[in-house]
Every structure is written in C-alpha cells, then in structure tokens.
Design a protein around this ligand. Structure first.
Ligand SMILES: *[C@@H]1O[C@H](CO)[C@@H](O)[C@H](O)[C@H]1NC(C)=O
Ligand SMILES: *[C@@H]1O[C@H](CO)[C@@H](O)[C@H](O)[C@H]1NC(C)=O
Ligand SMILES: *[C@@H]1O[C@H](CO)[C@@H](O)[C@H](O)[C@H]1NC(C)=O
Ligand SMILES: *[C@@H]1O[C@H](CO)[C@@H](O)[C@H](O)[C@H]1NC(C)=O
Ligand SMILES: *[C@@H]1O[C@H](CO)[C@@H](O)[C@H](O)[C@H]1NC(C)=O
Ligand SMILES: *[C@@H]1O[C@H](CO)[C@@H](O)[C@H](O)[C@H]1NC(C)=O
Ligand SMILES: *[C@@H]1O[C@H](CO)[C@@H](O)[C@H](O)[C@H]1NC(C)=O
Ligand SMILES: *[C@@H]1O[C@H](CO)[C@@H](O)[C@H](O)[C@H]1NC(C)=O
Ligand SMILES: *[C@@H]1O[C@H](CO)[C@@H](O)[C@H](O)[C@H]1NC(C)=O
Length: 393
C-alpha cells in the first residue's frame, strides 16, 4: 500500500509540475521566422503585450473581407494601427518565405508586402512594442543587417510615437495618414493628413480643408495648447528628410492621433482639428477657404436632422461605393439644386440627394433616415431653425 501512495504522490507532483510548464510552452511569439506562416487563426503579440498582429474578418468591418491588422491591446478601446489592403475573404495566412512577406489566399498570393530580389533565408518579421511590424534581414548572430519593410512606412488612419509624417528625399518615401471610408470600413477614405511646408495639412480629395499653422515653442497656431502640452514634437528638416513625429509622456499607454472618416483629427475623445466645421468660406480653428459653388452664400451650414422619415425616392443618386458621407456633402454643396443628402448603400457608401424636402415627414422613429440638410446663413434674429427658408436654396 505504502508504495502505491508514494506512486500516487509522485504522479500528482508530476502533473503539478507539467501544468506549471504549459503556459510557457504556449507563449505567443512576436516573430515570424523564415518558413513560418501566421495562419488566419493565430497571432503575433509584441514582447510586452502592447500590440497584436492578427487576421480579422467581416463582423467588425462591414464587409466580408479578411484584413491583417495591428491593434493595440491596452487602452480603453481597441484601436487599429495598421490594416493591410488585402480584401479577400479566403485568407490562409501570412508567410515569411525566401525573403518575401506574402499574404496567401486559397488561390495563391493575395498581397506581397515585400519581396527581395535575391531569395534568402536570413529574414525575420517582428512585431515591436512600438506597434511597428518590421521585416528585416539579419546576420547569423541575429542582429539587424537591413530593414526591408515596416508597417510604420505604410500608415493607416492612426499616428503613434515613432511614426512619421513627411517625406524621405533620398528614397522618395512619403508618410501620411488616410482616413477610413466610413466609421466601419477600413478602406482608403476621403481625408489625408500630411506634413507640408512645416505644417500639418488635412485635405479632402486634394482640396485643402485645414492647416495647423506653424509650430512655435512646441505649440501649433491652430491647435489648442491644452491638447498638445504633453507632447514633444520632433521636426526634421534637412537634405535627406522633412518630417514630423511626436513623443508622448505616457510610455505605457502612448497617445494615438486618429484621422476620422469625417475629417477630424482626434486624440482620444478630443478634437485637434474640426475639419467637419470647415465650409470653404470660414477660417475658424485653421479652416481654409476654397472656391464655393456660385449658388452657395458664405454662411451656409449643414445640419443633421434624425427626425425625418423620407418618403419615396431621392431626387438623384450616385451609387459609387467609393464615396463616403463627406463626399456626398461636398457634392451636394457644390450642386445648386441640392438641399439634402445622405448615403445610399447599406454600408454607408454611395450618395442620395434631394432637391426638395417636401417628402420628408417628421417622425420620432428610431431607425428613420439620418438626412443632412443644407441651411442658409442664419439671420441676426434667428438662432438656427431655417426650415421655412430652405426652398430659397
Ligand atoms: C458596400 O456595399 C456595396 C453595395 O452592397 C458593395 O458593392 C461594396 O463592395 C461594399 N463595400 C465594401 C468595402 O464592402
Ligand atoms: C457577406 O456575405 C453574405 C453571405 O454570403 C451576404 O449575404 C452579404 O450580403 C455579404 N455582405 C457584404 C457586405 O458583402
Ligand atoms: C479587392 O482589391 C482589388 C484591387 O485593389 C479590387 O480590384 C477588388 O475589386 C477588391 N475586391 C473587393 C471584394 O473589394
Ligand atoms: C532556405 O531553407 C530551406 C530549408 O532549410 C532550404 O530548402 C532552401 O534552399 C533555403 N533557401 C535559400 C535561398 O537559402
Ligand atoms: C553580428 O554580426 C555582424 C556581422 O558579422 C557584426 O557586425 C555584429 O557586430 C554582430 N553583432 C553582435 C551583437 O555580435
Ligand atoms: C485650457 O485649459 C485651461 C485650464 O484648465 C482652461 O481654463 C481653458 O479654458 C482651456 N482652453 C481651451 C481652449 O480648452
Ligand atoms: C478658384 O477659382 C479661381 C477662378 O476660377 C481660380 O483661379 C483659382 O485657382 C481657384 N482656386 C482654387 C483653390 O481652386
Ligand atoms: C458629384 O459627383 C459626380 C460623380 O462622382 C460628379 O460627376 C459630379 O461632378 C459631382 N458634382 C459636383 C458638383 O461636384
Ligand atoms: C428637425 O426636424 C424637426 C421636425 O420637423 C424640426 O422641428 C427641427 O427644427 C429640425 N431640426 C433641425 C436642426 O433642422
């Protein structure tokens, strides 16, 4: 009997110790070594766990495509630092093979992130704690020989410490942010944020909407100092490079600047640029003037009215799924007969326009159409309701 008890004790100890080992054996790697494949159901996690590289599909983004994304795991809400352009639904994984980094689908290559001219087995792809996913050639001792590709050179809508805006004159590489098309569709949208002439500049499809003004004593002319006082800005201006980047005081949870689909530049919940309040005639907070349509008077505004039920068809539509809400706004503003607009398709793309709002019925229903209405300039006596004068447009 005694020996059986000893044996049981031994077995228990064995089980106990093997269970201690399991978490280490399953630690998530941060690197894809030569020949490795990150499958559509696995992930890389940066060494201190700040960022994750993984494939994400449909449910999050209103499309049936699978995207490769870098997301931050700390902070109040999940944010996306980088999103691959690959837009297929049949993704197998990301492969590090013979010096190339390729997103593979069932039918072969979907997207080549980088491919060396000479096949090589000396490449590793690592997700760093800065959020940068870096593909590099290494010596046999593991140290870096040369950086081949990095996600920081291919920004999405978000800027974090270590990322740059600007241009590398030697390589021709430019760095700029691009907004998503809609709040939920991470495909290139209407707005860009660039570093140009020593200012931050926001454009909507080539038209300049907003400028930060010059930087003096670590403050931008058109950004509230309250929002920027905790940053240190790094400006590089020489023969090799013109660039802007920032350091954040909080190293554990660094700040992120995001260019939204409505053209705002957000830091957390705060707006550094209210581009959606730029109408082409005003210069508030850094707004820039542009040529208004002959029939729009300075002072017109656009109001959201959720309380209309729209009966019947729109006056006209543009069924282009590459247009977002702001494109519809610009198109309506530029067209003399247009008095109201909203998007057309289920994923908030395409445009619907109205030349009269006589078919709009006021309603309290929750799921009524979110229609934006153009209003003429308020008179001195009225404070913001222009329903009766809408027809004058
Ligand atoms: C948005 O919806 C339209 C119409 O259903 C579709 O053609 C388009 O591909 C969708 N966009 C994306 C990015 O899924
Ligand atoms: C996604 O796929 C489902 C099933 O194939 C289809 O019904 C739906 O319309 C698709 N959605 C989009 C946005 O393409
Ligand atoms: C995917 O992208 C390619 C090239 O950019 C484009 O031709 C194709 O229509 C896209 N497919 C979907 C489903 O969006
Ligand atoms: C890379 O490694 C694989 C497996 O060890 C080998 O078959 C292949 O020839 C190597 N390729 C190069 C370019 O060295
Ligand atoms: C690794 O090897 C390279 C080339 O042989 C050498 O230049 C480098 O100093 C080495 N690094 C370390 C950490 O030993
Ligand atoms: C900046 O912060 C100060 C002190 O908290 C406050 O009084 C001021 O209104 C703020 N300015 C802006 C533009 O938010
Ligand atoms: C505005 O219109 C004028 C006259 O047509 C033109 O010279 C100018 O370049 C336009 N400006 C912009 C920003 O498009
Ligand atoms: C509205 O969009 C259509 C289609 O993209 C374009 O042809 C037209 O010129 C735009 N109208 C204005 C006034 O911008
Ligand atoms: C929205 O519609 C309601 C009902 O017609 C109207 O009372 C209200 O003034 C409208 N609001 C705006 C901002 O136009």
């Amino acid at each position: 009997m005694a020996t059986n008890v000893q044996l049981l004790k031994f077995l228990f100890l064995l089980l106990f110790f093997s269970s201690l080992w399991t978490p280490h054996a399953q630690q998530v790697p941060d690197t894809l070594k030569p020949g490795d494949m990150l499958t559509s159901s696995s992930r890389l996690v940066s060494s201190e766990g700040r960022f994750t590289l993984t494939f994400t599909s449909s449910s999050l983004f209103e499309s049936n495509c699978t995207f490769l994304v870098i997301s931050s795991t700390s902070g109040p809400s999940k944010t996306y630092l980088w999103i691959s352009g690959a837009n297929d639904s049949n993704v197998l994984g990301l492969e590090n093979k013979a010096g190339a980094l390729i997103i593979m689908g069932q039918a072969g290559n979907l997207m080549t992130l980088y491919s060396s001219t000479q096949p090589t087995n000396n490449t590793v792809a690592t997700l760093l704690d800065s959020g940068n996913f870096i593909f590099q050639e290494v010596y046999s001792n593991g140290s870096t020989k040369r950086v081949l590709w990095q996600s920081f050179d291919n920004p999405g809508n978000t800027l974090v410490p270590g990322m740059k805006l600007g241009i590398n004159h030697k390589t021709g590489q430019t760095w700029s942010l691009r907004s998503w098309l809609t709040r939920d569709l991470p495909i290139p949208g209407p707005f860009s944020l660039e570093w140009e002439g020593s200012q931050l500049v926001i454009r909507r499809r080539q038209v300049v909407y907003w400028k930060s003004g010059v930087l003096r004593e670590n403050q931008f002319e058109n950004i509230s100092p309250n929002l920027t006082s905790m940053y240190h800005f790094n400006i590089v201006s020489n023969d090799d490079e013109e660039s802007f980047s920032f350091d954040s005081e909080n190293q554990i949870q660094p700040s992120q600047w995001t260019l939204t689909d409505m053209g705002r530049l957000h830091e957390g919940q705060k707006s550094m640029a209210r581009t959606d309040e730029c109408y082409g005639y005003n210069i508030d907070g850094g707004c820039q003037k542009w040529n208004l349509s002959v029939c729009r008077q300075p002072g017109y505004t656009v109001e959201l009215n959720r309380s209309y039920l729209v009966n019947g068809d729109a006056s006209y539509t543009i069924p282009d799924p590459n247009l977002g809400m702001i494109d519809c706004k610009a198109n309506c503003s530029a067209s003399c007969s247009c008095v109201a607009y909203t998007t057309l398709l289920g994923n908030w793309t395409g445009c619907r326009f109205w030349t009269t709002i006589s078919n709009f019925t006021p309603t309290d229903m929750e799921n009524s159409d979110q229609v934006y209405i153009l209003s003429p300039k308020p008179s001195q006596t009225e404070t913001g309701k222009f329903t009766s004068s809408l027809r004058m447009l």
